[in-house]
Design a protein around this ligand. Structure first.
Ligand code: NAD
Ligand code: KPL
Length: 305
């Protein structure tokens, strides 16, 4: 009998993962916020996964955090700012040898969760897949990509990666997941805040290449000082490539701000600025950007943490 997957955070990524795992015949349980969400979910009878023209209703078991069955493998797909509280709610249910997979953008939240459950193995994940919620319990798989998984304490790739293979979840084990997460953080810091401040699609940043370039220089230096020189290699070129390749898209942060949702700024730009301060590295442009973005968010009544 395969180990059941519990998925904490039934938003875009949680639904995308749970639908594909369940479709492959694996045992999956969604952990929803509370009884009201569970009732609404049960009325929908499952998660609908939309891929291109095709949509499929996939029945998946669900429960609230208070359920008492043990959790052996937990995929956390909450936003970075919700991860600690969400895991704390179910920490008492974790088996002594339970594994957690933390799929949050940016950095900071993963370590907070890992410190909360010191007995358990925490695998960090970084994904370039794209998904959005069309409505409650209906997720659109909007962009093929890849998920890197790795263990900052070392150790072997887990056996269950085979289950991702079977589920059609593109993935790779990364011996240096922190570098991967830093690289993605740097890309996000160079692109996302500027798209918010200039209120433009990613391609609109082609008109601000000087500003982007200055940020990339500071970010590259930061990556090197933080012990991730490989994440700094050709950063400016990759940022420009991503800007071009995603020219028509609005960045995730731009979408969050437009839709009045809290951003993950503390785990992106906030984390980068704090790391620069810890390393006594001058990062005036990153700091100024954080200040401008915080002011912008405050003006819109959005949290700046
Ligand atoms: P989301 O907001 O769609 O989903 C998060 C879900 O967590 C929500 O349904 C929320 O209700 C739930 N949640 C929060 N607190 C909870 C709690 N205490 N108990 C139970 N559920 C709780 O977010 P998302 O887009 O799926 O993103 C998740 C993470 O993945 C983020 O860090 C994001 O940056 C990253 N990511 C997202 C995408 C994407 O395309 N959506 C791609 C790559 C990475
Ligand atoms: O990941 C992104 C996002 O929008 O969050 C990209 C497309 C890389 C822009 O930073």
């Amino acid at each position: 009998m395969p180990t059941p997957w519990h998925i904490l955070g039934a938003g875009s990524m949680g639904m995308l993962w749970s639908a594909r795992l369940a479709r492959a015949g694996l045992p999956v349980t969604l952990i929803l916020r509370n009884g009201a969400r569970l009732q609404a979910y049960q009325a929908a009878q499952g998660v609908t996964l939309v891929e291109g023209e095709h949509s499929q209703l996939i029945p998946i078991r669900a429960q609230t955090p208070e359920a008492d069955e043990p959790v052996q493998r937990l995929l956390v797909t909450c936003k970075a700012y919700d991860a600690e509280h969400a895991v704390r709610q179910i920490a008492g249910r974790l088996s002594p040898d339970a594994e957690l997979i933390l799929l949050q953008n940016g950095l900071g939240s993963q370590q907070i969760v890992a410190d909360l459950v010191p007995r358990n193995r925490c695998i960090f994940a970084s994904s370039t897949e794209g998904a959005f919620r069309q409505s409650d319990w209906r997720v659109v798989f909007a962009g093929q990509g890849q998920t890197w998984l790795g263990d900052t304490s070392g150790g072997e790739a887990p056996q269950w990666l085979e289950e991702l293979q079977r589920s059609g979840i593109a993935h790779q084990w990364s011996p240096n997941i922190l570098s991967r997460l830093w690289r993605k953080l740097a890309l996000n810091c160079a692109i996302n805040p500027l798209t918010v401040l200039h209120d433009c699609r990613n391609g609109g940043l082609q008109a601000h290449s000087g500003e982007v370039g200055t940020l990339c220089t500071e970010l590259s230096r930061l990556l090197e000082d933080c012990g991730h020189p490989e994440a700094a290699i050709d950063l400016t070129a990759e940022v420009n490539r991503v800007i071009q390749a995603t020219a028509n898209n609005f960045s995730s942060m731009h979408q969050d701000v437009t839709q009045g949702r809290r951003t993950e700024i503390s785990y992106l730009l906030g984390y980068a600025c704090a790391a620069a301060a810890n390393h006594q590295l001058a990062a005036p442009h990153l700091q100024a950007l954080q200040q401008r973005l915080s002011n912008h968010l405050k003006q819109r009544g959005l949290p700046c943490n």
